[in-house]
Design a protein around this ligand. Structure first.
Ligand code: HEC
Ligand code: HEC
Length: 337
């Protein structure tokens, strides 16, 4: 196939490895779920508290469309997060449903962060519908220390790395098989706007302020990706997705870069597929979290994502500015999954 011949050449012809540094500021805080730039010194994160044991007298919560009820501790249980809609996904391998607590480093259930459907959230990654080979390669890259976060305040990328250090080949295989079999369906809606609801941030995610603090503010040169329902997010409801507010005009500018390269880069469609839903072992980009996409491109530009296949992406991202990346992320998120 023509496209794969091109990939073969890009690998064999030895294109520059992904350490190119674009002349830019630091990591764009919005993509990491922060409102301020990364400070020069970062205090070490507090130690992780042990997993709380669900108490029998804790109030049970419900969500529309599910016949189950769970306490808040059960919803957030690292080794068995609440599965509200078990009919909506195939039966899960143990590593996805409960992780492996006894491992050292310990492994949380993949479903805790990526959700049972693999749809993921802005502070981690969508893993549904990614190619099996791609998932395996990423797990190996994390394990080799080839995927790091550029904003050191983000601690969950380090957790993800720790899990892969403990994962067996069988666990990698089972989780990759499971998530690659899950279809990707609409999860993020994109809206161009100049004004956004005021938000607060917690755990790398923007939440719309409510009550007395509610209001609006200029969006400026950011993307604000926020849960459609804060309660849905907190209860890990796979039926309530995300809205991404993007600057006016960003989708068209992103489209030009993605589909033609705009004289600055290579059209993404050549490798990621004409519909940007992935091609062979290359991941889909359509309807992906714009925060995630922007983080990845920044990480690649700054030598923090240097996996085996990065030589293919290195020349693509070399000349992209943070503004280009914002526009690209807005356009990609706006596409049908
Ligand atoms: C504590 C939360 C958490 C858990 C639990 C977790 N991950 Fe992740 N995962 C992350 C984060 C964070 C990232 C990277 C996001 C970033 O760097 O911006 C990630 C990235 C990934 C990616 C890369 C996706 C891509 O498009 O390149 C894969 C694959 C993945 N995780 C698989 C798994 C599997 C399999 C498990 C279960 C063993 C798991 N994760 C458990 C947080 C988590
Ligand atoms: C020459 C082929 C090629 C072109 C052109 C290309 N990519 Fe990629 N891209 C790849 C490969 C290969 C990977 C997977 C890298 C890996 O395995 O770690 C990738 C990965 C990515 C990822 C990470 C996805 C994830 O799930 O973490 C993003 C984001 C991305 N590309 C964006 C783009 C954008 C935006 C463009 C166009 C401006 C583009 N790519 C053009 C080959 C390409």
């Amino acid at each position: 196939m023509k496209n794969f011949a091109l990939l073969g050449c890009a690998l064999a012809c030895g294109l520059a490895v992904g350490t190119a540094v674009a002349a830019e500021d630091g990591p764009p805080p919005w993509a990491w779920g922060f409102t301020t730039p990364m400070p020069a010194t970062i205090p070490p994160p507090p130690p992780v508290a042990p997993q709380a044991v669900p108490k029998p007298d804790e109030p049970k919560l419900t969500i529309e469309g599910s016949k189950f009820s769970f306490s808040r501790t059960e919803v957030n249980h690292r080794y068995a997060p609440a599965d509200w809609f078990p009919d909506e996904h195939p039966s899960m391998p143990k590593i996805v449903a409960v992780g492996r607590e006894s491992a050292s480093p310990t492994i949380y259930a993949c479903a805790l962060c990526h959700m049972h459907t693999g749809k993921g959230r802005p502070e981690n990654a969508a893993v549904s519908g990614l190619p099996y080979d791609y998932i395996i390669r990423q797990l190996q890259d994390f394990k080799a220390g080839h995927r790091k976060t550029s904003d050191l305040r983000k601690t969950n990328t380090g957790l993800m790395e720790d899990f892969t250090k403990s994962m067996t080949d069988a666990e990698m295989h089972e989780s990759a098989l499971y998530f690659s079999s899950m279809p990707s369906t609409q999860w993020i809606k994109v809206q161009e706007t100049a004004t956004v609801p005021k938000t607060r941030t917690a755990g790398g995610v923007f939440f719309v302020l409510e009550g007395d603090k509610a209001g609006t503010e200029p969006l400026g040169n950011r993307i604000i990706e926020t849960p459609v329902s804060t309660e849905g997010f907190e209860l890990r409801n796979a039926h309530t997705g995300f809205i991404a507010y993007v600057p006016r005009g960003s989708i068209a500018k992103g489209k030009a870069l993605v589909t033609t390269g705009g004289g600055k880069t290579t059209a993404c469609t050549i490798c990621h597929g004409v519909d940007l839903r992935g091609l062979g072992p290359i991941p889909r980009l359509a309807n992906r979290s714009p925060s995630y996409v922007a983080r990845q491109i920044y990480d690649m530009q700054h030598g923090n994502r240097i996996g085996a296949w990065m030589p293919l992406m290195a020349p693509v991202i070399e000349k992209l500015t943070n503004d280009d990346v914002l526009n690209i992320a807005a356009y990609l998120a706006s596409l049908e999954p």
